[in-house]
Design a protein around this ligand. Structure first.
Ligand SMILES: [Zn+2]
Ligand SMILES: [Zn+2]
Length: 283
């Protein structure tokens, strides 16, 4: 199955081999950020045969609705990868896992910290940060990121030569994080706050410190610096994610991060809380 845009801009699923003309390049991975922000996060990623969610941080019903908006049947999901136990990443995990009998890929510490929120999960697949694993033809590499949760994880998902890097909810981009994200065709990268808006904004002092700290969230400026280091010719898309509704705006994030990308052909997108993102196909 291939997730493909039709002429009206709506998304439809068509049989993979049937829909490919001779000269058309084959889609390796399709990515759609269903929602991103402090009220809920979920990313759909598929090679057309295996479809995964990275996090399911809002209600099961709303995730189902957003999948359907993009022409995806919830029954076609094959598993959920969990980044960490904060509610905005796991709220719908237990519900969806039970409703569709899905395996949940999670590390040990996160599972312990999340157990009461997840409820009963029959099919748990425990991974360790730093150790790759395979789901059908997808190669998943989980890696540690610095955040105030038990064992927060970033992911790369690879199909053949096409790699997707996902890192939201991190206070600093360590050299290890940069190494993992290098060579991606698409990055979902945190651009949480504009430092000035955060400083002058409504949050109490302790919360501002938490967000700015090493286990908090990346600012627009942090993301810009990270991209300056790891951008390359094959980086086709960057989706800025986990924007704060109080301390950032999509325009500010796009402008700031765009400063580092002016000399390349990478498309910059912003994921929002309210609207399901576009389906992006990678070749
Ligand atoms: Zn979060
Ligand atoms: Zn978090």
């Amino acid at each position: 199955m291939l997730y493909k845009s039709n002429d009206t801009g709506a998304k439809e699923i068509s049989a993979k081999q049937q829909s490919l003309s001779k000269n058309e390049k084959e889609v390796e991975l399709s990515v759609c950020v269903l929602a991103s922000g402090s009220k809920g996060n979920a990313i759909f990623i598929s090679d057309g045969f295996t479809s995964l969610l990275v996090d399911a941080g809002f209600s099961g019903v709303e995730i189902e609705r957003r999948l359907k908006v993009r022409g995806i049947k919830p029954e076609d999901i094959d598993g959920i990868l969990v980044s960490h136990e904060h509610g905005d990443h796991i709220q719908g995990v237990g519900v969806l896992a039970r409703r569709y009998d899905l395996p949940v890929y999670i590390n040990k510490k996160t599972l312990l910290a999340a157990s009461s929120q997840l409820g009963n999960i029959d099919n748990k697949k425990i991974f360790e940060c730093g150790s790759s694993f395979i789901i059908n033809e997808l190669k998943i590499h989980p890696f540690s990121i610095s955040h105030d949760a038990a064992d927060t994880t970033g992911f790369t998902v690879k199909k053949n030569k096409v790699k997707v890097g996902i890192a939201t909810d991190l206070g600093i981009a360590t050299s290890m994080v940069k190494e993992h994200l290098k060579g991606s065709s698409l990055l979902v990268l945190e651009a949480n706050h504009d430092p000035e808006m955060l400083s002058n904004g409504p949050y109490p002092w302790y919360l501002k410190q938490r967000i700015k700290g090493r286990t908090g969230h990346l600012s627009n400026v942090d993301s810009k610096k990270l991209l300056e280091e790891i951008k390359h010719d094959q980086l086709d898309h960057v989706i800025l994610a986990h924007l704060s509704s109080k301390n950032n705006t999509p325009d500010k994030a796009l402008y700031e991060v765009g400063l580092s990308m002016a000399d390349c052909n990478t498309k910059l997108h912003v994921a929002t809380q309210e609207k399901c993102g576009d389906m992006i196909n990678l070749f």
